[in-house]
Design a protein around this ligand. Sequence first.
Ligand SMILES: COc1nc(N)nc2c1ncn2[C@H]1C[C@H](O)[C@@H](COP(=O)(O)OP(=O)(O)OP(=O)(O)O)O1
Length: 173
Amino acid sequence: MIEATLCFPLRNRSDDGTDEVLLIEKRRGLGEGWYNGPGGKRETGETFRECAARETREEVGLEVEPAALEKAGELTFLLDGEGHTNCHVYRTRSFTGEPTASDEARPEWVSVDEVPYDQMWDDDSRWLPGVLEGRTVRGEFRFAGGEPLDEAAFVDHDLEWDVSLESGRDGSP
Ligand SMILES: COc1nc(N)nc2c1ncn2[C@H]1C[C@H](O)[C@@H](COP(=O)(O)OP(=O)(O)OP(=O)(O)O)O1
């Protein structure tokens, strides 16, 4: 099973108070061409928080302290009945730097009320609105049709809201 992370930096615009989330337009690899949060696969020896912070720095140039990430979700994606990816989801309002494009990602601040769900993974509209409202979620999403995952069809899902994520299913924060 692939272990991966997603990170959703949030800010409140000083001019009109709009709440915004930093999304990326993925430029290569899984989910290319779709919007998502910065994130990617965990490397050997990393905690999930360290992974989310590293991916955010590498993809969009924002510095985030791993301890400043708030755990918001644990999602399992299954493909044809087999576990494919465990994704650990974080949000944070604490970061430094300005978002900068990389060869992997083009960053864009988007109002939390105008997230482009029609240009994202099919599962996102089921869980991301709650995460952007400050809720926690644990979920399982089933896809079918073989690799790659981003060409498979979304089948169905189960979600549990307002769960305790102090410790992940594998014991990691
Ligand atoms: C199945 O539904 C998914 N929904 C969402 N929102 N995000 C998903 C889904 N499946 C995977 N993801 C995420 C998990 C990762 O954050 C990225 C994929 O990361 P990638 O494979 O590009 O990993 P990297 O380590 O950045 O890539 P390199 O191997 O190229 O360095 O999508």
